[in-house]
Design a protein around this ligand. Structure first.
Ligand code: ADP
Length: 309
C-alpha cells in the first residue's frame, strides 16, 4: 500500500444548459492539485492550503468532510493528511468545492486499495458539496469522479450514469471575476415550471444524451438550450448575451452558464474552434474592465488522475 499520492482534481461544468442539477462534464487542463497521505495519527487533518484562503478545520473544509464521510463507512479510524494546491477559484461556477471533495475521496480510496467503486464514492463527495452550498448535489462531483459526461438520473435513490464522451469535444470557459451571491443566483430561480417549458427542457436532455452516444455534434449543439434557468440567471452575468451570440456565430455547438455562474461555457468540436472562441470572448471582456480567466480544455474522460511526484 503506497503512503502518499499526488493527484489532479479537475474542474467541472455542471448543468450543461438543459440539465439543471443532473448533467455535468469534466475538464482536463483546469483543476487543483492535492497530496493525500496516510498517517499513523488517526483522524483527518488538512495540513497545507496553497492558492486560496480556506478553512483548515476538517469539519469546515469540504475535503475534510468528504474524507470523514468515507472513513465512517470504511469503519476504521485511520489517519489521513491532506494538502490542497488550489487553482480553481471558489465561487467560480466550475466546481471548486467539488474538485476538493472528489479529489480527496478518490485519493483516499486509492490509498486504501479501492474498497469503494467510483460510483460509491459519489455520496461521500456530496457531503462536501452539502457543506459548501447547503445542498448535496452531485452534478459536479460525479463528472470529477467518473470523468466525461455524467447524468444524475435520480437523487433518491442516487443513480448516476456515466455517458459516452465523443473524442472531439472541447470547452472554452470564461470566468468573470465578479461576485454573484449564492442567495441572488438562487433567489432568481422560480420553484414552479410550466408544463410547456418542462417539455422543451426534457426534450433537450434526451437530445443531448442521444447526441453524445451517436457522436452527432449538431444534435448536441441543438440540445444545449435552457428555457428554464438561463433566462433568469444570465442577467447576473455581464455581457452574457454578447458572449453567447459571438460564441455561436464563431462555431460553438452551444453556450450557457457553467453551474450557477458566473462562468460561461462554450462547447466546440475540436481544439482549434475552442481557441478561436476564446479569442473572441476575450475581446468582449477586454472592454468591460472586469478581471477574467479564460480556459480551453478537452473533455477529460477519466476524472481525477494521479500525477507523478
Ligand atoms: P464553485 O462555484 O466553483 O462550484 P463552490 O461555490 O461550490 O465553488 O465552493 C465554494 C465554497 O466552498 C466557498 O464558500 C468555500 O469557502 C467553501 N469551501 C470549503 N472548503 C473548500 C475547498 N477545499 N475548496 C473550495 N471551496 C471550499
Amino acid at each position: 500500500m503506497s503512503k502518499s499520492l499526488k493527484i489532479f482534481a479537475p474542474a467541472t461544468v455542471a448543468n450543461l444548459s438543459c440539465g439543471f442539477d443532473v448533467l455535468g462534464c469534466c475538464l482536463d487542463t483546469v483543476g487543483d492539485e492535492m497530496v493525500i497521505s496516510l498517517s499513523s495519527t488517526p483522524g483527518v487533518k488538512i495540513t497545507k492550503i496553497v492558492g486560496a484562503t480556506l478553512p483548515f478545520e476538517t469539519h469546515k473544509n469540504v475535503a475534510g468532510v468528504a474524507t470523514e464521510a468515507l472513513l465512517k463507512e470504511y469503519g476504521k479510524n485511520i489517519g489521513i493528511e491532506i494538502e490542497i494546491y488550489k487553482k480553481i477559484k471558489a465561487g467560480s461556477g466550475i466546481g471548486s468545492s467539488a474538485a476538493s471533495s472528489a479529489g480527496a475521496v478518490w485519493a483516499v480510496n486509492h490509498l486504501l486499495d479501492s474498497p469503494f467503486t467510483p460510483n460509491q464514492l459519489i455520496p461521500f463527495a456530496m457531503e462536501g458539496e452539502k457543506l459548501a452550498s447547503g445542498n448535496a448535489h452531485a452534478d459536479n462531483v460525479a463528472p470529477a469522479l467518473l470523468g466525461g459526461f455524467t447524468l444524475v438520473r435520480s437523487y433518491s435513490p442516487l443513480d448516476v450514469i456515466k455517458l459516452h464522451t465523443p473524442k472531439d469535444l472541447f470547452m472554452t470557459v470564461i470566468h468573470p471575476q465578479i461576485e454573484v451571491k449564492t442567495s441572488d443566483s438562487r433567489s432568481v430561480i422560480k420553484n414552479k415550471v410550466s408544463l410547456q417549458k418542462a417539455i422543451h427542457q426534457w426534450g433537450n436532455v434526451g437530445g443531448l444524451v442521444a447526441g453524445l452516444y451517436t457522436e452527432d455534434y449538431q444534435l448536441i449543439g441543438r440540445s444545449l438550450e435552457d428555457v428554464i434557468i438561463e433566462p433568469l440567471r444570465s442577467i447576473l452575468i455581464p455581457e452574457f448575451d454578447t458572449v453567447k451570440t459571438t460564441a455561436l456565430k464563431n462555431g460553438a455547438l452551444g453556450c450557457g452558464i457553467s453551474g450557477s455562474g458566473p462562468s460561461i461555457f462554450a462547447l466546440s468540436r475540436g481544439n482549434q474552434n475552442a481557441i478561436v472562441i476564446a479569442e473572441h470572448i476575450k475581446k468582449i471582456y477586454d472592454t468591460t474592465g472586469i478581471d477574467f480567466d479564460i480556459h480551453v480544455s478537452k473533455i477529460n474522460n477519466n476524472g481525477v488522475k494521479i500525477l507523478n511526484n
